[in-house]
Design a protein around this ligand. Structure first.
Ligand code: MIC
Ligand code: SF4
Length: 775
């Protein structure tokens, strides 16, 4: 099959013909709502939040018969749909191919968005992206065709914008193999990021398990105004709760401030809920959602949702007295909220724009901005582009030129096409140095050929993305990346200064006059409607049974999976320390993206990036550990391979919130493939912990956090009571030090009985396969 390019060329005829995807499925979901909500209400015994309504309406076993304890009970759910992006879909679909099913059990889509590099501009970059990744795109296209999965071709857009525009619906439940799947909360869904193995469960028609989340209520009063944007709400929330403050919780927004903002603005807020570790975030069904659904051709969804509208938002008693219903309540008054800039290196480091001058000086952050980037799944809607363009327009009309380069990645071809028709693209191009990149992730995931990045100079960039971990955008560890709203990014681009405060500061124009930028203006939705010539969608074959999916044996990009070895039932003895990671260890540190995205479908090749970004607690270097078999220093992946070859199991030790960030299961599969048996940390990020379990690893936490300090570089480890591995029972680790002394350390785990079976079987997939074989 040949992949065609979504043309990003000039607009031609209006050819939009909308189709509402899966409307019958949506109607079926809604048909069950009244009965299920009333069952949930009796089970819980009090008024319900929106999050509870959606969760209880999607129980695998049907109507609720009892309440599920938040933060404690594992519950089986039946999500309505699955979304995957190219960088995770490869591994998800390689696993699905092993599950022995002819078709996916629920509507599913895959989106080609992560693999296209931003270099010179959309047209060239997209073609280059296709040339570079042809093998992978062809694989995805044919697997999708075969198994009944919708495929959005390269250039169609970023998964979460495309999902919001086409598939998200109020009250629905979705999982997706990307942590920002949560973006669909902007249309009132419970949408959750997962690893590929979880997606395989749902696509194979099995229940999907989640620990009943806790609930955080965010009460938004007042109204956004002036320079303040939806992005500032989540930048502020991140500052309040920190990068792990939302762990295990759904964040539900309500109040006049919530209903007063656009659906895509709500999407921005939900999107970055991933950066506080939240399971997901959501908003009640309201007029902004009606408007957005109608504008994107889904009046049928509005009609269906309106029939059960009362069930698609929280009960009024809940919003009147939130403290009685949520585990935590946060109040934000939008009238008083001011623009924020978060960063560098962590998305929760929040600074109000008015304090940036002092803060940047105190921290010695470089304040000259060379690049300002607008885009990513967080902020690439029509509204975002229109508001950012208004700033550019204003500057141009006042004779001010941009000091920094501006790069734009529109969220979807529909957004780009419409924005071009309405003149916004031309506005951005009024600055000579502006670049319009492909409708794709681009710089957000390190797919950015930034000139000079290899020099590793200390510098700052600002962007409207969600993540700003070290090296993420351009691979340079000294790039200080700051996160802000698109309108602030435009203003900072124009001034060239990180600490520019458009509310009070002036700029000097070409005539030497001092001018002030006007407040942003824009359009929630295109006044003349959305339009697109080729949205880039490829429907799957009706009957895919005859389609062959070919993976060549000598491919460097794709590799069929070999099942992981089941546990032999014995205690694990004589394990060596692969690395004790210190401080922040996100999935970007464990399995870097950027240049490594090319190996996402090839487990052995991508394992060569295993933990290369993690900081070694002994000596502080990255990608340098001592091979305990030889005593020599060596790279992490090579050391792991040496232990594996010698038949010596290894373990990884880590700090807090280990595995924060992405859903990529490579961060669990790589260590597994390289012979790591256990990851022992102070605390885990949710998706990563599940990914470890799914791949048959031991993901354990210190009972006493300070035991982390007892682990020495040359220790040998024995798991002495693994044979009695059982739910809620601690495990014992004997730590034998090189000087002959030893410590006994107790470890907690959160495995329930079925998850212990995953460990015993070698992986969750092995278990599915054996169950299918005996069915
Ligand atoms: C990201 O933003 O880090 C990614 C790339 O979208 C990831 C998924 C991946 O690693 O492929 C995510 O957020 O889950
Ligand atoms: Fe793509 Fe960035 Fe969004 Fe991840 S966060 S899906 S890389 S745009």
């Amino acid at each position: 099959m040949k992949i065609s390019v979504v043309s990003q060329g000039k607009n031609e005829l209006k050819t939009t013909s909308y189709m509402v995807f899966d409307i019958d499925m949506i109607k079926e979901v809604y048909a069950k709502y009244p009965e299920r909500i009333s069952a949930a209400r009796s089970a819980v015994g009090k008024p319900l939040t929106l999050s509870e309504k959606i969760l209880y309406a999607h129980l695998w076993d049907g109507a609720a018969t009892s309440a599920h304890e938040r933060g404690n009970s594992y519950v089986d759910f039946a999500p309505d749909r699955v979304a995957m992006q190219d960088a995770t879909a490869q591994m998800a679909l390689l696993q699905f191919m092993q599950a022995g099913k002819a078709k996916v059990a629920v509507p599913s889509t895959a989106h080609a968005d992560h693999l296209i590099q931003a270099k010179v501009g959309a047209t060239k970059d997209l073609q280059e992206g296709i040339n570079q990744n042809n093998e992978v795109f062809n694989f995805l296209s044919s697997v999708c065709d075969k198994y009944g999965i919708g495929f959005w071709k390269p250039g169609a857009g970023i998964i979460h914008q495309v999902v919001l525009e086409n598939y998200a619906f109020p009250g629905g439940m979705m999982i997706g193999t990307d942590s920002h799947t949560v973006n669909a909360g902007g249309l009132g869904m419970v949408a959750i990021g997962v690893g590929g193995a979880d997606a395989v469960d749902v696509m194979a028609g099995m229940p999907w398990e989640l620990k009943m989340p806790k609930l955080i209520g965010v009460h938004l009063t007042g109204k956004l105004n002036g320079w303040t944007a939806p992005k500032d709400v989540i930048l502020k929330v991140a500052g309040i709760v920190s990068a792990k403050g939302g762990t295990g919780a759904i964040v539900e927004y309500f109040g006049e401030g919530a209903t007063g903002m656009s659906a895509t603005g709500k999407g921005t807020i939900c999107n970055m809920g991933a950066e506080i570790g939240a399971t997901t975030s959501t908003f009640g069904y309201d007029d902004s959602m009606r408007r957005y659904l109608a504008a994107t051709g889904r009046q049928d969804v509005v009609n269906a949702a309106d029939e059960i509208a009362e069930h698609l938002t929280g009960d009024s008693e809940v919003y009147a007295n939130p403290e009685q219903y949520f585990d935590q309540v946060i109040e934000i008054n939008l009238d008083e909220l001011t623009p924020h800039i978060n960063g560098p290196f962590s998305p929760d480091l929040a600074t109000p724009v008015s304090e940036m001058k002092t803060k940047a000086a105190a921290e010695a952050w470089p304040t000259d901005i060379e690049w300002a980037l607008i885009g990513s799944c967080t902020n690439s809607s029509y509204e975002d582009l229109s508001r950012a363009a208004s700033i550019v327009d204003d500057a141009v009309s006042k004779g001010v030129k941009a000091k920094a380069k501006l790069g734009i990645n529109p969220g979807s071809e529909q957004v780009r096409f419409t924005a071009e028709r309405d003149g916004f693209i031309a506005t951005f191009e009024k600055f000579e140095s502006s670049r319009i990149f492909t409708n794709a992730c681009g710089p957000c995931i390190g797919q950015w050929a930034r000139e000079g990045a290899e020099k590793e100079e200390k510098n700052s960039i600002i962007h409207s993305f969600n993540r700003n971990f070290a090296k993420r955008a351009d691979g340079n560890p000294n790039t200080h990346a700051f996160v802000a709203s698109p309108e602030m990014v435009a203003a900072v681009a124009i001034s060239g200064k990180l600490d520019f405060n458009p509310l009070v500061d002036t700029l000097t124009n070409e005539n030497g006059e001092e001018v002030k930028l006007g407040e942003p203006t824009g359009f929630e939705l295109p006044p003349n409607g959305f339009d697109v010539k080729d949205n880039g969608y490829q429907a799957p074959a009706e009957d895919g049974s005859g389609i062959q999916v070919v993976v060549s044996n000598d491919s460097q990009r794709l590799q069929l999976l070999t099942p992981f070895t089941p546990w032999n039932g014995e205690n694990i003895n004589g394990a060596k320390l692969l690395i004790k990671a210190q401080g922040k260890c996100t999935t970007d540190h464990i399995s870097m993206a950027g240049p490594w995205l090319r190996y996402r479908g090839h487990l052995d090749n991508i394992s060569n990036n295993c933990l290369i970004g993690a900081v070694n607690a002994f000596g502080g270097a990255t990608n340098e550990v001592v091979n305990q078999l030889t005593g020599a220093k060596s790279e992490v992946p090579a050391t792991a391979r040496a232990y594996k070859a010698a038949g010596v199991p290894s373990i990884v030790v880590g700090d807090h919130n280990y595995g924060e960030g992405s859903s990529r299961e490579h961060a669990a599969m790589e260590p597994r493939h390289l012979g790591v048996v256990a990851v022992i940390v102070k605390s885990f990020a949710r998706i990563h912990e599940t990914n470890l379990k799914k791949q048959g690893m031991l993901g354990l936490t210190f009972v006493n956090e300070s035991d982390y300090d007892k682990i020495k570089e040359d220790d040998t480890f024995n798991f002495s009571d693994l044979a009695e591995f059982a739910p809620k029972k601690q495990l014992t680790l004997e730590v034998n030090h090189a000087d002959g002394s030893s410590d006994t350390i107790m470890l907690n785990h959160t495995y329930n009985a079925p998850q212990i079976e995953w460990f015993e079987s070698g992986s969750a997939l092995n278990l599915i396969k054996s169950e299918n074989a005996t069915a």
